[in-house]
Design a protein around this ligand. Structure first.
Ligand code: NAI
Length: 340
């Protein structure tokens, strides 16, 4: 012991540890629905995130196994599993970021709106608990239909007196991830360099990728190519649902996208400058109360909702055609939260 204490390697380790805890604040992340198809790989990816110091994995069943498994990974965060409603409060207490992939996924032939009846109730009860146990957390809503579950969450938080529009996010990152991949493939540019904003909402035609703003620029894409890329991005989820043939929807790519978005939230909280991601948030950039667009993240969540930028005629048309559907999905969510 004595020799160890005095050894250069142990003191440099101590120094390093002191340095890292000063520069990287403690952050607790809770995943609700952590034993599911998205929840499990998302738990894994959050365990790999160096900004996370505590990782709470909550589900109605199965979390002890997921938590025991993930907890053996030798990264910074301490992992705990929580199962059943009576443990939800403990899972949420002290959370900085709460990620919600709880609920049922689509089967072939279903729209995201077909999930409303089950998922709306789940989201309502989880958000009621968030308002009680961690009202200041940033909420990353993955459960579909996002176009309605985000407005439901907002209404639940308003009723509880805890609503802060800067802290509620619909996760649309998978649409961005898909748009980038499909664009890179078609334009033949390196995928890791690609940026494409995706605006609107997260279902069918409400997903509007802005390929006119894509970078790097590609001069080899025709109007027909852009139309096809737009449609493929809008139908990307359905492509996976059909390929999985009844075994659910996107889980691995969604976990990746969810981890990217949560990482951006954590960076914002930690004061990293210029963190920008697309997200479905309370918005005044169109006449709709919620809208997905680029958002700058900061110490309090949303720092700035960025405008749409210049749109092509095709995108302008897409914007006008998505508004009625998005409006009615938002209203459906608000009505549900206030009826029940
Ligand atoms: P899954 O069925 O594999 O997992 C859902 C998990 O939620 C299950 O472990 C279940 O026990 C749990 N759960 C159910 N009720 C709960 C409650 N009250 N509290 C906590 N956990 C609860 O489903 P999967 O594939 O993980 O999808 C989850 C949700 O994510 C679905 O609503 C799906 O539509 C949505 N999704 C969203 C995407 C997006 O881009 N935002 C992309 C893909 C899926």
């Amino acid at each position: 012991q004595a020799t160890l204490r005095g050894s250069p390697s142990s003191s440099s380790r101590l120094l390093r540890r002191g340095f890292s805890s000063e520069s990287t604040p403690d952050r607790k992340v809770a995943v609700l629905g952590a034993a599911g198809g998205i929840g499990q790989p998302l738990a894994l990816l959050m365990k790999l995130n160096p900004f996370v110091s505590k990782l709470a994995l909550y589900d109605i069943a199965g979390t002890p196994g997921v938590a025991a498994d993930v907890s053996h990974i030798n990264t910074r965060s301490e992992v705990a599993g929580y199962m059943g409603e009576e443990q939800l409060g403990k899972a949420l207490e002290g959370s900085d970021v709460v990620i919600i992939p709880a609920g049922v996924p689509r089967k072939p032939g279903m729209t995201r709106d077909d999930l409303f009846n089950i998922n709306a109730g789940i989201v309502k009860s989880l958000c009621t608990a968030i308002a009680k146990y961690c009202p200041n957390a940033l909420v990353n809503m993955i459960s579909n239909p996002v176009n309605s579950t985000v407005p439901i969450a907002a209404e639940i938080f308003k009723k509880a007196g805890t609503y802060d529009e800067k802290k509620l996010f619909g996760v649309t990152t998978l649409d961005v991830v898909r748009a980038k991949t499909f664009y890179a493939g078609k334009a033949n540019v390196p995928v890791m360099e690609v940026n494409v904003p995706v605006v609107g909402g997260h279902a069918g035609i409400t997903i509007l990728p802005l390929f006119s703003q894509a970078s790097p620029k590609a001069n080899n894409l025709s109007d027909e190519d852009i139309k096809a890329l737009t449609k493929r991005t809008q139908d990307g989820g359905t492509e996976v649902v059909e390929a999985k043939a009844g075994k659910g929807s996107a889980t691995l790519s969604m976990a990746y996208a969810g981890a990217i978005f949560a990482d951006a939230c954590l960076k914002g909280l930690n004061g990293v400058p210029d963190v920008v991601e697309c997200s479905f948030v309370q918005s005044s950039i169109t006449e709709l109360p919620f809208f997905a667009s680029k958002v700058r993240l900061g110490k309090n969540g949303v720092e700035e909702v960025l405008g749409l930028g210049p749109l092509s005629d095709f995108e302008k048309q897409g914007l006008e055609s998505l508004k009625p559907e998005l409006k009615s999905s938002i209203e459906k969510g608000i009505m549900f939260a206030n009826q029940s």
